[in-house]
Design a protein around this ligand. Sequence first.
Ligand code: IMP
Ligand code: MG
Length: 189
Amino acid sequence: MQQTLPTGIERVLITPDDIAAAIRRIAAEVARDYAGGSLVLVGVLKGAVFVTADLARAIADVPDGPVDVQLDFIAVSSYGNAHRSSGEVRLVQDTTHAIEGRHVLIVEDIVDNGHTLHYLRAMLGNRQPASLRAAVLLDKPYRRAVDVPVEYVGLTCPDEFVVGYGLDYQERYRTLPYIAKLRPEVLPA
Ligand code: IMP
Ligand code: MG
């Protein structure tokens, strides 16, 4: 279907249907692994807001999944230039509930160099959760600078800077229903 793309968007890389299917696959695995138990999803603001909401509901849709899924959020920022994060990650907003003794699943939009997830795993892991895993919608495994485990991966992301479905460039494009490639001339050289 021909569609008019917003200014700055070159092309759609991952459609809403592909995103929904990837989230359903993750939900099925999570529901199986935590069947009958309780689980806290910790979404990483702001990028993972849509994936966290959609994953939570998809888990609830799986019969015989976890009996109890709670939502919490955390916000981090990483320094670097506008489209590349540095190794320096800072906590901006903590979870509202303690996670000690809880089964915790970090939900991220994308893992790129890995510093953000590495920081979050170390920080939350220090709080004695019953278990700690991570689910990400998109993975750029070829870009990893730190080795960090990711238990649930939706899709491998093409080697492009992507926006949409929560992902931004300078706070723009988050509300697009698809994942898209930015026009290179928009990004700084
Ligand atoms: P990492 O610390 O390099 O793994 O990057 C994680 C964070 O960088 C993600 O949560 C995103 O906010 C951001 N990021 C990495 N790659 C992209 C991209 O292609 N588009 C938009 N944001 C990205
Ligand atoms: Mg993010």
